[in-house]
Design a binder for this molecule. Structure first.
Ligand code: NFS
Length: 669
């Protein structure tokens, strides 16, 4: 049966729905309208198309007459599906890791005094990561240390032999598995090249072997490029800790110059945040009739400035066109990744200036102002000035009045701190909660939006189900913003949605039941949390022992596949929604699931039905609990402590004191 090209309900986000309706009425094309006209290619969608050489492209679609087709060269369905998957993973790993490289270059610029406006904002983090690179901290001045760490991080990309340094941060048992299976990445660039080489025509033709190679490449992202990106961003811009901010299109302002930063790298956006607060620029905005300058973000750039400076998010991936449709955006500044080409033609229909800034990314029709960290502040000022100059060109606006508060900023450093303070910060309370069964388990729900499924619905449904079942959720990327829009990233959500055990934990620590851990490169923070849990004691001694899952319910990008693969290679069960890009090969489907589980303990499955995702996730969590000999999940045991019991105890205590003093309780006022 042919699949529907678009879901019946396009979004659950009322702000996006308002803009979709406006676009339909006015005839503006958006991803939501295009998806209804453009069905996914049924051959490519399932991984059946091989286009790596000019003898094809070969379409390996089984028919009655030819149930097991092969390509002109003889490539099987398994080889083709595995090769396509490996190439996707390599592209995702390259994108994330190149982001990490740029962060390292900026840190080097700080050390040499060449990065205008940047500084080491978190010296403690710099000192904490230096030893992983084998760098001694004692007696070194901060800039010297920054220079050495940056150089060592950059060397990880060009390494030809040996092991990536950050692998030593994984549980010991995990490192042994990687070594035994020859999955240890040598250099970040090398692993990406290795995949491009071995998937060239006439190279690696054993599906299992190709996929093992893709795991090594993915590991070079998770425990390499992305982890470097996270760490060095924290060093330069500060390690996140909780703050309150808002999400959704309602954060745009009718009477201010709206500047939207969109993309992924925090380098330019951090400078934009800084200059947008400069009195001269605010005065300049006032001289043009605006009340001030309002910054907002889209996608992961949004997450970077949201968790560090509290800059609100205008929305996730599918909100990028919606922001322009409001008519209220003076400038949308983009850098790299997840930027729809349609922004150029759509912004041309409004007054919005689309500004590309990366030497890697140009879009025809956009204004290109190339970013260069040597002159970062000057360039940021130039861009904001251009936005201000554009304010008088604004026509009618239609900002949907929807926003929700959220508390982002749960870095793994903060999680450790919140669990015990500076006096005895540790993961012990978290492990204890899982061991006792207050928490059934933990889940990372991450990744994109995809217009082929209802915008935000997968994220929202799955997370609410987890909360109901006492599963603590961490989120990153567009998934985090999806649920921020519906209030799930606030403490109050624990009272409304959490099961009794999870509610007690949230009340005791004072946290939301869904923790925002950052952008997509920050999924590495989740790797660190899992490692801490595995080494703390009581939950086995490896990531694969932990009662937890990773889900990407609305994925679309190759980066998501790389993330899924590095989590699987690290021992986690990872489920993807939407559809399976390897559906055409049962063999590859099996290798990535049972096959990987046997050797690395983690697996990757593609399950379009969100209900089935929840079922499999909970079954997995319960199986891991049983393997650890933990008590079976029983919610009836919990819910009697927390606020209500404390209130009763306090009342009782007050009464007893009254009796002791006066012989009888004093009636309450
Ligand atoms: Ni992640 Fe961030 Fe969003 Fe998907 Fe794109 S923005 S890096 S890839 S779409 S979550």
């Amino acid at each position: 049966m042919a699949k529907e090209s678009a879901p019946k309900v396009l979004t659950i986000d009322p702000a996006a729905a308002e803009m979709i309706k406006f676009a339909e009425e006015q005839g503006y094309s958006t991803a939501f309208s295009r998806v209804q006209k453009l069905a996914a290619c049924p051959i490519g969608e399932s991984g059946a198309c091989c286009s790596i050489c000019d003898m094809g492209p070969c379409r390996l679609v089984p028919t009655k007459a030819n149930p097991d087709p092969v390509g002109i060269c003889g490539a099987t369905r398994a080889t083709v599906a595995a090769r396509n998957m490996a190439r996707h993973i390599a592209a995702g790993a390259a994108a994330h890791s190149d982001h990490g490289r740029d962060m390292a270059f900026t840190l080097l610029g700080i050390a040499t005094g060449e990065a205008q406006g940047y500084e080491v904002r978190d010296p403690a983090k710099l000192r904490a990561i230096a030893p992983y690179f084998g760098i001694k901290v004692e007696g070194k001045d901060l800039l010297k240390l920054a220079g050495e760490v940056a150089a060592a991080a950059l060397a990880e990309f060009g390494n030809q032999k040996g092991e990536l340094k950050y692998l030593s941060r994984a549980p010991k048992k995990r490192q042994e598995i990687w070594r035994r299976l020859r999955l240890v990445p040598r250099g970040i660039d090398r692993e990406v090249v290795d995949i491009l080489h071995r998937t060239h025509t006439g190279d690696d033709q054993d599906a299992e072997h190709i996929l093992l190679g893709s795991l090594r490449c993915a590991l070079s992202d998770g425990w390499g490029g992305s982890m470097i990106a996270t760490d060095i961003s924290d060093v330069m811009f500060g390690t996140p800790s909780p703050l309150v901010t808002q999400a959704n299109l309602g954060v745009l302002k009718d009477d201010e110059v709206n500047v939207v930063v969109h993309g992924h790298e925090p380098t330019l956006s951090q400078m934009i945040v800084r200059v947008a607060m400069e009195p001269e620029l605010i005065e300049y905005a006032k001289s043009k009739g605006a009340k001030g300058i309002n910054l907002a973000g889209i996608c992961c750039t949004a997450n970077e400035v949201l968790m560090r400076q509290g800059i609100p998010s205008a929305g996730n991936d599918l909100s990028q066109e919606m922001a322009i449709l409001t008519g209220a955006v003076e400038a949308m500044i983009v850098d790299v990744q997840c930027i729809m080409q349609s922004l150029a033609s759509l912004s041309a229909k409004f007054h919005t200036k689309l500004i590309t800034t990366s030497p890697k990314v140009k879009i025809s029709g956009a204004t290109h102002i190339e970013f260069d960290e040597h002159h970062a502040l000057d360039i940021a000022r130039q861009i904001v000035r251009l936005a201000v100059d554009n304010y008088p060109n604004r026509q009618a606006t239609r900002i949907p009045q929807y926003t929700a508060d959220l508390v982002p900023g749960f870095s793994h450093e903060y999680i450790r701190y919140m669990l015990g303070g500076t006096y005895r910060g540790s993961f012990r309370p978290l492990n204890d909660a899982v061991m006792a069964g207050r928490l059934r388990g933990v889940a990372g729900v991450v990744g994109c939006n995809n217009p082929r499924v209802t915008h935000d619905q997968g994220h929202n449904y799955i997370v609410k189900e987890f909360l109901k079942n006492d599963v603590l959720v961490v989120q990153t990327g567009c998934g985090a913003i999806a649920n921020a829009k519906y209030g799930l990233l606030m403490g109050e959500a624990a009272l409304e949605y959490a099961g009794p055990g999870l509610r007690e934990v949230c009340e005791a620590i004072g946290i939301p039941p869904v923790l925002h851990m950052g952008s997509c490169v920050d999924n590495t923070r989740i790797l660190t949390v899992l490692t801490e849990m595995a080494t703390e004691g009581g939950l086995g001694d490896d990531i694969s022992d932990i009662p937890g899952v990773g889900i990407a319910p609305e994925w679309m990008s190759e980066k998501a596949l790389s993330i899924g693969a590095y989590f699987a290679a690290s021992g986690a069960y990872v489920l993807f929604g939407v559809n399976s890009p390897v559906e055409n090969s049962e063999e590859v489907t099996r290798i990535m699931s049972e096959g990987w589980e046997k050797i690395v303990g983690g697996k990757m499955e593609f399950v379009p039905d969100p209900e089935e995702i929840v079922r499999r996730s909970l079954a997995h969590i319960d199986a891991k609990r049983a393997a650890l000999k933990l008590p079976a999940y029983d919610p009836s045991k919990w819910g009697k402590s927390g606020d209500s019991r404390m209130a009763e105890l306090l009342k009782l205590h007050a009464e007893q004191r009254q009796r002791a003093l006066y012989g009888a309780p004093v009636p309450a006022e």
